[in-house]
Write a protein that binds this ligand. Structure first.
Ligand SMILES: [Zn+2]
Length: 223
């Protein structure tokens, strides 16, 4: 399947943007280094990223050098905190026009449930027909991944960055993260907007942030 064919299917399924979520600290590493990076490259270059429990598993099933996207803004969709962090990078689906052939894959399931030795077709939707029938916008486990990325993914197709406001009593985590990200974006991706998340009605994230230990917020918002 070519990138052009894949983009056509995504657009027909009303997917116009690709969403990548991360912590503030890892997002700063991306901004300072010219693009989104696979976890493997961040580790290899000795850069900082917030540890993720799935790292070892990711190596085992060969996705450690992949960059992951969702087809929707999961926080908006589930009205809850996104487990991966408070920073959302929103890319235009036009990104696909600029990628080399055979870079993009759609996972059938979250790699956390994969095992080493699974075949390519067990892991991914590989044909146009499978994509048409099986790929669902908003699925939590069908990720759009860029395989084996050894260089930063350019911010050319980045439309905006969105930051959660946890609205806890101690506002310093959010205020500091916002100011830091804003300065970094002005320097590294001038003209691209940094927005504060407008939660959907009945979003539970603020209640979640308030009920968790403050360290949780610290690790997500530190930079
Ligand atoms: Zn929310």
């Amino acid at each position: 399947m070519t990138n052009k064919e894949l983009k056509r299917v995504l657009l027909r399924k009303n997917i116009t943007h690709l969403y990548h979520v991360n912590s503030v600290a890892t997002s700063c590493t991306f901004l300072e280094n010219g693009g989104l990076l696979s976890r493997g490259v961040v580790e290899e270059r000795g850069l900082f990223q917030t540890p993720q429990e799935s790292d070892e598993k990711d190596k085992e099933v060969d996705v450690f050098y992949d960059i992951f996207f969702d087809s929707v803004d999961i926080h908006q969709r589930v009205k809850k905190i996104n487990h991966y962090g408070p920073v959302l990078f929103v890319y235009s689906v036009d990104l696909l026009d600029a990628l080399p052939p055979d870079t993009v894959r759609i996972t059938r399931d979250n790699p956390i449930r994969w095992h080493a030795g699974m075949t390519e077709s067990e892991k991914y939707l590989l044909t146009k027909e499978q994509l048409w029938i099986l790929f669902e916008k908003g699925s939590f486990f069908q990720h759009i991944t860029l395989r084996h990325q050894t260089e930063p993914l350019s911010f050319d197709y980045l439309e905006k960055v969105v930051l959660d406001d946890p609205k806890i009593d101690n506002t310093t985590y959010f205020d500091n993260a916002y100011q830091h990200l804003k300065k970094l974006m002005e320097r590294c991706v001038p003209g691209k907007p940094l927005e504060i998340r407008q939660c959907p009605p009945a979003c539970q994230c603020h209640e979640q942030y308030r009920s968790y230990n403050e360290l949780y917020t610290y690790y997500r918002f530190r930079y």
